[in-house]
Design a protein around this ligand. Sequence first.
Ligand SMILES: Cc1ncc(COP(=O)(O)O)c(C=O)c1O
Length: 406
Amino acid sequence: MHRRLFLFEIAAILQKNIVIAIYIFTNCRISDIIYRNKCLKGKLITKEGAKTMELKITKTTNPKQKPDQTKLGFGNYYTDHMFVMNYDDGEGWHDARIVPYAPFELDPSSMVLHYAQECFEGLKAYRTVDGKIQLFRPDKNMARMNASCERLCIPKFDGDFVIKAIKELVKVDQDWIPTEKDTSLYIRPFVFAVDHHVGVHPAKHLIFCVILSPVGAYYAKGLAPVKIYVEQKYVRAVIGGTGYTKAGANYAISLKGQEEAAEQGYEQTLWLDGVERKYVEEVGAMNVMFVLGDEVVTPELRGSILGGITRMSIVELLKAKGYKVSERLLSIDEIVDAFKKGELKEAFGTGTAAVISPIGELKYGDLVMPINDGKIGPISQMLYDTLTGIQWGRIPDEFGWTQVVE
Ligand SMILES: Cc1ncc(COP(=O)(O)O)c(C=O)c1O
């Protein structure tokens, strides 16, 4: 009886290994196997660790002076506390803690400083008109950050646990949430590699951190349309690269194009696809949408575009309101054609910081295309009012997008 059981067990183990081997050799190259094992390992440890992981809170004894709410701008001030957890190979994510905001001490050989193994997120906490604090779709930010981590071979983390930690952090620093109209508390989660090793490989030691920054109204003087330069020399991303992630490196490589557009008097660049320089992708660090006749078009997500939470929400909102909305390939030639036929009605960027950024003028080569007489259009205005209304609790959230911090 025992012998039969023993043989059965050996057969089962062999069968399992064969199944794993078949899976591996039909689905992956060797480099993929190493990569997937690493990411999977991180995920499992994280999940396990998160169940038992406690969040320790140490409050500052030396609170900072809060800035003038009317002069906040964006990314200029940071609150009294931050969330930190560490990853070490073999231990997974551990030591989750809220501690006084302070600089990190980094060894000069820390990998992130050399090979940019880093990614981040951006979301906001809003003080609603009835005094509550709420977040907008934080689960989507966590899912996107884990997708960024996977692409960058950074161990995944438990998104639900980090949302809980963010809510705790926001509660600890709730007096920092500005109350002036359209102000908010920007939340910046980020993760980076700290192995002391100048060598290119996935890190074994990382730091995950969340900092908070009170930010002013994006449009202090009303929604001002921007002038956009269609970039033909530089590219932001290619399919197969990291365009769909929030890797810090994506932003470093976009600076040169932005700088040259600014030299010509344009506020942002409209990025075209990296292979044919034909299809529209993003505008600055935002997704982009065009109203062509009665159709709202936004470039489809093919791997080189960041899937914005604002973009996703706008597509859902437009569909719910019965608009014709398409996520599809959109060439710059189609936009020029629509402009010439008088069908280019509106264009706008979408993102957490601005929500909607209307485009008043596009420059492509020698062609200058004014849009809606350089004014914000009705669809852009409706989207801005609806989304900001939901975020600041001015109108009911029929979609279940907001989460109250209690
Ligand atoms: C490159 C890029 N595209 C699009 C977006 C818009 O994304 P979201 O709507 O999630 O803020 C952002 C901003 O975070 C971005 O950095």
